[in-house]
Design a binder for this molecule. Sequence first.
Ligand code: 6PG
Length: 244
Amino acid sequence: MRKIRVFETPDELNAAAAELFFEIAEAAISQRGQFAVALSGGSTPAPVYKILSERYRSRLDWKSVFFFFGDERNVPDDSPESNYRMGNEALFSALPLHHDSVRAWPTWREVPEKIAEDYADELDHFFRGFPRFDLILLGLGTDCHTASLFPQTSALAEKEEIAVANWVEKLSDFRFTLTFPLINNAANVVFIVSGKEKAEAAAQVLEGEFRPDEFPAQFVDPENGTLYWLVDEAAASLLNRNKF
Ligand code: 6PG
């Protein structure tokens, strides 16, 4: 099931994203005693994480929350480029978490393939089987990539592995990413998309021809879960509103 919600301003988008995170988390904790979430990186989600750390700090049993990352850059975890560092500054550092609440990609390892293998092992161990996240947050690149699943890269075709090192030619570097089989096994997947620079990508993914090798975010379609697109007016400006 796919739900598209458009918000007047980035502030309204961010507040709605934080509230949806909270609702999904609260339900998971009450039903199963824990909430497993894969956070998105980049810049868009940082204000959402800030809202969670400030407005929801006392509203959620954070010791029952387990954080992973949908993707990571090939940098140390104290690099300004690191998604882990962004999450720590915006969210983790302000919350009462267990020492093992946050599972970052082990980018301190030298060999890219080993980083992905270790993360896959961590996921296997935590989920005791094929991972089904309660929530996976995703962003959208202007080139329609999501997580680190970039157009024309080998990870798009990955059907077995749940976490891979993906060579991205245009970046001349590896990126680490969860794969579509894992993403599409989640109970909830939420895209958070903001800004006019994302309008064309959002229209291509949501209303364009199905060409997922060019528009990778089109591959996101949870088999047994709910897909949410939370978009602000600027990013939704090229969408056909009659369709939703
Ligand atoms: C990353 C993200 C990536 C991001 C998009 C959008 O590591 O950068 O996981 O998929 O969501 O590139 O990035 P912005 O939110 O910075 O526009």
